[in-house]
Every structure is written in C-alpha cells, then in structure tokens.
Design a protein around this ligand. Sequence first.
Ligand code: F6P
Length: 320
Amino acid sequence: MKRIGILTSGGDAPGMNAAVRAVAGKAMAEGLEAYGINYGFAGLVAGDIHKIEAADLDGVIQRGGTLLYSARYPEFAHEEGQLKGIEQLKRFGIDALVVIGGDGSYHGALRLTEHGYNTIGLPGTIDNDIPYTDFTIGFDTAVNTNVQALDRIYDTAHSHDRTFVVEVMGRGAGDVALWSGVSIGATAIVVPEVDWSMEAIANKIKHNRANGHRSNLIVLAEGVMGAQEFVEKLSEYGDFDARGNTIAHMQRGGNPTAKDRVMASKMGAYAVELLLAGKGGLAVGIQNNQLVNHNILDLFESKHDVEVSLDKLNEEISFK
Ligand code: F6P
C-alpha cells in the first residue's frame, strides 16, 4: 500500500480536521502518501482529489469545520457513482480510503467495500447516533457549545421568571439533548427515546413556580418536534411566559474540545494501522475507552445505545 485517501462526508463535525490530520500524519509516518478528497462522495465521483502535504496539516487540529469540505450526496447510492468513485481512486493510485462521517457516509463506505475496495469508517457526527461507539467525533464539542448557550439563556430566564424551550440537534437521537440537559439542570429533557407527557411537564413547571423557582429550562431534541410547536402545545396547559429557542447550526461549528481532538487523533491513527494490516470494511469506534472495530455491515443491523438513564437521573436530581 502506497497511498491512502481521506474524505469527510455528511454534516460536518468539530474534530473532523483532527481526524484528517491523524490519518494523514500516521500515513506519512509510515512512509505512505495521503490524498484528500474534497466534498465527500460528490468530490470522489468528480475526481476532486489532491495530495496532502505535511504543511497542509499545520493548525488544523484547532479548527472546526473540515478542511476537506463536506457534502450530502445521496446519489452515491447508485452503482454507477460507486464504480466511478473507484475508478477515480485507481486513477490517483489510491489503495485504500478512510471515510469520516455519520450514518449516510457509512453506507457509502459499505458500498465501496462490497466492490472489493478497502475502506475504513470513522464516526464523525455531532449526533452521537452510531452503533458500536460510546462517542462520535464532534459530539462533545456540540454539547459544550449547547451548555454555553443554555447557561446564557438561564440568566435571562431567571431575570424574567420565564420558561424556555431550547431545541437542540441530534437528528433522530436524544444524546445531544440528554447530555446538554443534565449539564444545565434542565427542568425536563424531551427526547424521542423516552415517553413523556406535556401535562406532566406543565405540572412540574407550575409546582416549581409555586415553590419560588423562577426559571425553567426544557431541553428538547429536534427529533421530537420544533421549539415553537412545543411552546404552543405547552401554553395550552397554562401561561408560563414561555419562549422557544433553537441553537441550530451553531452546534456544528467552533474549535473542537480536547476530548474530540484526542479521540479523533486516536481513531485516525488506528484506521491507518488497520489498513496497513490489510483490513477494510470496518468501522472504528471507542468503547470503554478502548479503540474497537466492527464490520460496517454490523452497524446497520444494530441500534445505537442511547444513555436513557440520563433522563431518569435528571428527573431525580432536578426535582424542585
Ligand atoms: O447530522 C448532523 C446534523 O447537524 C443533524 O443534527 C441535523 O438534523 C442535520 O445534520 C442538519 O442538516 P443540514 O445541515 O443539512 O441542515
């Protein structure tokens, strides 16, 4: 093996750059060359490919976003695009590929593997919704961004005796909401994985207010409903002077946390080790602080384990 290709795909996530740097850095340390593919699978098909020089990696571990750019490219589901992608890889003499992204990106990686092309997937998404890894690259940074925003919202909520419903990302998963909510002592965390009732939340707010608690913050996962819709439904149970806020794409930007940088670095170097051992078709993860790899196919047959006990914990310790 002489050349390793790297691409980032789907929604960007802070720490993707650290992963790209680790893959390229480890490849160079092993005497290999690293090639960057811009705009994910779209760039792969188009042949938007370039050699990565060591100096290109200066200062990237610090930065959010992805230096390789990203794209959602559902067209890669068609075999024609997959074969074209492999043709481009061969044209550049690239022997194996590391794909950094979420669920959709893993589908692309699996297709390449099925065509006999060695590919390793790294979990890069703020959503944390990938099976066989405790954490995905970008999740920790997104949660910390939310915590900063929620702390600020808390200040104004407290000054005005208000209730705020704050919608956070996560696609269909509640991880971002659960971690953000526990971190700020939310009155309630509403996620798709746990049954909840608007009436019970309204009663809790009434109880809190009657007991001198001036503000109430509800952290809502986007997979349940939008903040404004939630506020409207909540208002049917009483006047809480409620406001809806959406943190939205702010969660995807910013300098990655140390945890994301270190995790991405470990995973990136590990991906190269696997490829050097002649392995492909694998998804890298981290479980109980150990690097692990699983067949990419297994990921589609398993469900991501959401730490739903965080909701119970929050209910217990935020009881007012
Ligand atoms: O998968 C990452 C994510 O940020 C989700 O949390 C969110 O639902 C989605 O991407 C937003 O996608 P887009 O940036 O394409 O609007």
